[in-house]
Design a protein around this ligand. Structure first.
Ligand SMILES: Nc1ncnc2c1ncn2[C@@H]1O[C@H](COP(=O)(O)OP(=O)(O)OP(=O)(O)O)[C@@H](O)[C@H]1O
Ligand SMILES: [Mg+2]
Length: 391
């Protein structure tokens, strides 16, 4: 079961005991981490961070090298012990766990995928994947089954008995992911897992993670320094700078409401077509006709709104097609039903703009946007997309 993760006023400080003590005194003051280091000799890697990560969320932490991302994520498996604050997974405060509880938490409830894969080079793929279960004393039958299932989930069937050195970078990272999934963790931590991969493989791995997130009931915290990756993957994103959070929000919110010039600059190079979804920029149709409507009424409605066509749905809002102004003017029939042009070209509201673009370029009319059940939810116009991408 996925669990929410709550980080309250958390700080991570590196240094000896006296240095840390002196630095902690200064956390609430005005000095920058740089100035605190000069004064005390301690490094403030994370400073008074608050995060509320929902259960099942794919939450991305992004920031430049040295901003404190790894230091923060490592507080969630206690590889780093925060100097201040509280850390909850579900309703358990990690900082109040006994040694025994902590050991159990680390083995059963949380897993981490690392940038450098961190595989055991002398073990085969399946023996790497089963390793966390093996050391827990799970029976051979069970760990084999669970390792095979995890290998299937990451698409590595057939490679079970190869050595890591015989695999490509992307495949090695799949092994790392499979290993992290075998203990069926409540919280999955991924620290720049794709940074070492080629762009194409990387895109493929991102798409698979989006799919896996749909299939799995798991809270995922994903770290990257690549803004495009952050926006593609993240349900929400937290931008970190100099040990602090600069902005936390959904992808569109960073564009619509950047918190500072720093944020504005950070997102300047983001390819919006890859990260903006259709639903975030579609409009409401100006008018929707229903199956069975009279020609006379429809013509009037279309004229009044100065439209050249209207969409038609059934009574459950399922999209059927469109009727043009010319057709309505020429028609001798009573209802519009025989005029409906059935058009297969629809756009899904959860598609990325890039996926919708080819259809949009060829379309003569603004395109209907539908949900998974085929219901008309909006309309997407070529000009609107061009505008959204321009600013
Ligand atoms: N074990 C440690 N001992 C001392 N200082 C550390 C330690 N780990 C990290 N730091 C310092 O804490 C700060 C934040 O480092 P951190 O590794 O968290 O950054 P990051 O955002 O993950 O960077 P990157 O993108 O390069 O991985 C840096 O100044 C780093 O030197
Ligand atoms: Mg790091």
């Amino acid at each position: 079961m996925a669990k929410p993760v709550t980080i309250q006023n958390s700080s991570v400080v590196f240094g000896n005991h006296a240095q840390k003590k002196a630095a902690i005194e200064l956390l609430d003051g005005e000095l920058s981490p740089q100035e605190i280091r000069e004064r005390t000799g301690a490094t403030v890697a994370v400073r008074n961070v608050n995060l509320d990560i929902k259960e099942g969320e794919l939450f991305v932490i992004v920031g430049l090298s040295g901003s404190g991302k790894s230091s923060l994520i490592r507080t969630l498996n206690l590889l780093n012990r925060p100097a201040t604050g509280k850390t909850f997974v579900g309703d358990r405060n990690l900082l109040e766990m006994s040694k025994k509880e902590l050991r159990r938490y680390r083995r059963n409830d949380v897993s981490m995928v690392f940038q450098n894969f961190a595989l055991l080079t002398h073990r085969t793929v399946i023996r790497n994947v089963q390793y966390p279960l093996e050391i827990q004393g799970v029976s051979k039958k069970e760990y084999t089954e669970r390792a095979e299932e995890a290998i299937r989930m990451v698409g590595l069937e057939g490679w079970e008995h190869y050595m890591p050195s015989q695999l490509s970078g992307g495949m090695r990272q799949r092994v790392g992911l499979a290993r992290a999934l075998t203990n069926d963790p409540e919280v999955l931590l991924m620290d720049e897992p794709y940074s070492a991969l080629d762009p194409l493989i990387r895109r493929e791995m991102q798409n698979e993670l989006i799919k896996l997130e749909d299939e799995m009931d798991r809270t995922i915290i994903f770290i990257t320094h690549d803004m495009n990756e952050a926006f593609r993957l993240g349900d929400r994103i937290a931008l970190m700078k100099d040990a602090e959070m600069v902005q936390i929000g959904k992808p569109d919110e960073f564009f619509d409401n950047p918190a500072s010039d720093y944020v504005r600059n950070f997102i300047a190079d983001v390819d919006k077509t890859r990260i903006l979804k259709v639903r975030s920029i579609m409009n409401k149709p100006a008018y929707i006709a229903k199956q069975g409507d009279r020609v006379k009424d429809t013509l009037e409605a279309v004229k009044k709104r100065e439209l050249s066509f209207t969409y038609v749905t059934d009574e459950n809002r399922k999209f059927l097609g469109y009727v043009t102004l010319d057709q309505l003017k020429r028609s001798r029939g009573k209802t519009i039903d025989r005029l409906i042009n059935e058009d297969e070209t629809v756009i899904y509201r959860n598609a990325f703009l890039r996926e919708a673009w080819p259809k949009l370029k060829e379309a003569e009319y603004a395109l209907p946007v539908v949900d998974g059940k085929g219901r008309l939810r909006g309309v997407l116009d070529y000009d609107v997309v061009v505008d959204a991408l321009a600013d």
